[in-house]
Design a protein around this ligand. Structure first.
Ligand SMILES: [Zn+2]
Length: 95
């Protein structure tokens, strides 16, 4: 079923497959999720651990919400980066 968070597999005009290798996109999602987690942890350490348990819950929930809400955007970025690197670093055709 098509939902707002699921990208189309190919272009309807030219048939270009957006994600030839799902592992590449999975790796981008994994690394970007890890980066967001790292940024929130770093901010947590820089700000200092709040005394209140509620403040910790709010910060944790904000981090989780940020990861979930940015997932469609990061997936789109991943598809774009993947396509760009495929073009930029494609092996030269034999002469
Ligand atoms: Zn197209």
């Amino acid at each position: 079923m098509q939902s707002w968070s699921t990208p189309y597999e190919h272009c309807f005009d030219c048939g270009l497959r957006y994600v030839p290798d799902p592992v590449d996109l999975g790796m981008f999602m994994y690394v970007s999720t890890a980066a967001i987690t790292g940024i929130f942890l770093l901010a947590y350490f820089l700000i200092g651990f709040p005394e209140s348990g509620w403040a910790r819950i709010v910060i944790g929930a904000a981090g989780l919400a940020f990861i979930l809400l940015t997932a469609p955007l990061r997936r789109s970025l991943g598809i774009g980066f993947n396509y760009a690197t495929d073009i930029l670093f494609a092996p030269e055709p034999p002469a």
